[in-house]
Ligand binder design. Structure first.
Ligand SMILES: NC(=O)c1ccc[n+]([C@@H]2O[C@H](COP(=O)([O-])OP(=O)(O)OC[C@H]3O[C@@H](n4cnc5c(N)ncnc54)[C@H](O)[C@@H]3O)[C@@H](O)[C@H]2O)c1
Length: 242
């Protein structure tokens, strides 16, 4: 049975992706940082299909990322899929953005993705199989007002994805990124109605995305149907960026 690690899997896109992967035959490792209850709730849903595991770990710290991988191997003995979904925002215009807010967003979104990719790559390399999907963002391609830290982190994730696809391809390991536009989750709920309406005006499909819109692509990219796709950044944004 295939094994998938999903980081930041207790809510939003990560939660939906974990559930969809379980439904599609994966044993899922549900990573989280805060709520034990939320993690147990996702586990209970995944357990209906296969046996899931919850592991509390802050992926921005290399030793915790390694522990997450060790616990996965202890339980299942292999890893077939890594979804780097954990992410945070700390928005502000550059003149008001503190160095600490820049650093913490880079640390979770980019360094966390690096930590997980590095640790899991070792396992996939030995297995000569597996795939990595990084959740980036369209703002990593376009930039965005008030998101210097976040856009830089996601731009870094995009470059990391392309580089790892080149480094790991010779072992048959695929590395892709999904770049969502505006997805309706706790992360975006904090935006004002004015900002939301402004965004909506620029979306040709005239609706915000749902976590399912993103998880559907993650399940496809992880599957053998995507076996000739690597190093790609695929936007899920209702046409917001064309
Ligand atoms: N919602 C959107 O519109 C949107 C758009 C583009 C990209 N994304 C990206 O999609 C991913 C999921 O976002 P979401 O909207 O579901 O947000 P969310 O805030 O609902 O979920 C993010 C999850 O990551 C977890 N997390 C945060 N820091 C962590 C850490 N150090 N270690 C482990 N887990 C950690 C959080 O606890 C949370 O469960 C993020 O990478 C985000 O940047 C979201």
């Amino acid at each position: 049975m295939k094994v998938a690690i999903v980081t930041g899997a207790t809510r939003g896109i990560g939660r939906q992706t974990a559930i969809d992967l379980a439904e599609n035959g994966y044993n899922v490792v549900i990573n989280y940082t805060h709520s034990d209850d939320a993690a147990l709730e996702v586990k209970a849903i995944c357990d209906k299909y296969n046996e899931a595991l919850i592991v509390k770990a802050d992926v921005s710290k290399m030793e915790e990322a390694s522990m997450l991988v060790d616990k996965t191997l202890e339980k299942y003995g292999r890893i077939d899929l890594l979804i780097n979904n954990a992410g945070i925002t700390k928005d502000n215009l550059i003149l008001r953005m503190t160095g600490a807010d820049f650093e913490s967003v880079i640390n979770v979104n980019l360094v966390g993705t690096f930590n997980m990719c590095k640790t899991v790559s070792k396992v996939l390399f030995k297995q000569r199989s597996g795939s990595i999907i990084n959740i980036a963002s369209v703002v990593g391609e376009t930039g965005n007002l008030g998101q210097a830290n976040y856009a830089a982190s996601k731009g870094g994730v995009i470059a990391l994805t392309k580089t790892l696809a080149k480094e790991l391809g010779l072992r048959g390991i695929r590395v892709n990124a999904i770049a969502p536009g505006y997805i309706d989750t706790d992360m975006t709920k904090v935006l004002s109605d004015d900002v939301k309406n402004g965004i909506l005006n620029n979306i040709p499909l005239k609706r915000f995305g749902s976590p399912k819109d993103v998880s559907n692509l993650a399940v496809f990219l992880a599957s053998d149907n995507a076996s000739y796709i690597t190093g790609q950044i695929i936007n899920v944004c209702g046409g917001m960026v064309i």
